[in-house]
Design a binder for this molecule. Sequence first.
Ligand SMILES: Nc1ncnc2c1ncn2[C@@H]1O[C@H](COP(=O)(O)OP(=O)(O)O)[C@@H](O)[C@H]1O
Ligand SMILES: CC(C)(COP(=O)(O)O)[C@@H](O)C(=O)NCCC(=O)O
Ligand SMILES: [K+]
Length: 256
Amino acid sequence: MAFLAIDVGNTRLKWALFDRAGPGAAARAHGVEFLDHIDKLADTQWAALPPPAHMLGCCVAAHPVRRSVEEQMEELWAVPAHWVVPNAGEAGLTNGYDHPSRLGADRWVAMIGARHRMLASGPPRPLVVVMVGTAVTVEAVDQHGRFLGGLILPGHGIMLRALMSGTAGLHVPTGEVREFPTNTSDALTSGGTFAIAGAIERMVRHLRERCGMEPACYMTGGAGWKMAPHIPVPFELVETLIFDGLLVIAASRRGG
Ligand SMILES: Nc1ncnc2c1ncn2[C@@H]1O[C@H](COP(=O)(O)OP(=O)(O)O)[C@@H](O)[C@H]1O
Ligand SMILES: CC(C)(COP(=O)(O)O)[C@@H](O)C(=O)NCCC(=O)O
Ligand SMILES: [K+]
């Protein structure tokens, strides 16, 4: 009963094939592809995969990207594509967004994965869930599993490109993260990193004040490792948070 999980962000598609559709399932194979190349998946990474019995994904990329993924699947297998659409509540989480379906599916799935992971490791606590991808998101979930709201910031690449395109003097190579940067490269790299770190610190403070409890903090996303040395609060880096969430949702929808 192989289960294919797919996470399509604005930069890359991440996929994993699990032996079954439930938390703790073992990944038989996994891969990453930049969006520019996903029309080759059926000929490359997916060509020799055992056929999945079902698939669940989240996609925040444009519609033609999603369509291309579906076409690659149709070419190889008879399995229908199912995409998570955030709703008012799922798998123990309630969605506090003004319009629940307008929340990014990746954000919703990562929160579900984080909540499940937190409950498996101890008593319920509030959660701050950080995703560092093309954009950065910082979510707050209370101890009862209610998503209170979250922040969206530009990711490292977008911040740098915005500064370079809006100024004359900031065309410099990537620098180092420094507390007191003394050159343009370091000033830009450090500015971006501490902007994200500061947003996390604020969200932890806001959530601690709201809930009267110390939040647990989970971080994921392709650039999570870059932020890890600079996070000002205790946290866990969980690269599989979205796959964890997709496994939880797949199991709960199948009554598991
Ligand atoms: N080796 C790497 N390959 C690709 N992206 C990387 C790498 N290291 C860091 N990154 C960063 O991770 C981001 C992609 O992360 P990812 O979580 O896949 O984003 P998204 O879900 O938005 O597609 C890129 O924007 C880039 O800043
Ligand atoms: C915030 C995002 C752009 C993050 O995308 P990513 O960095 O994962 O590619 C995505 O979750 C999105 O398009 N969200 C919809 C708007 C919202 O969540 O309010
Ligand atoms: K993502």
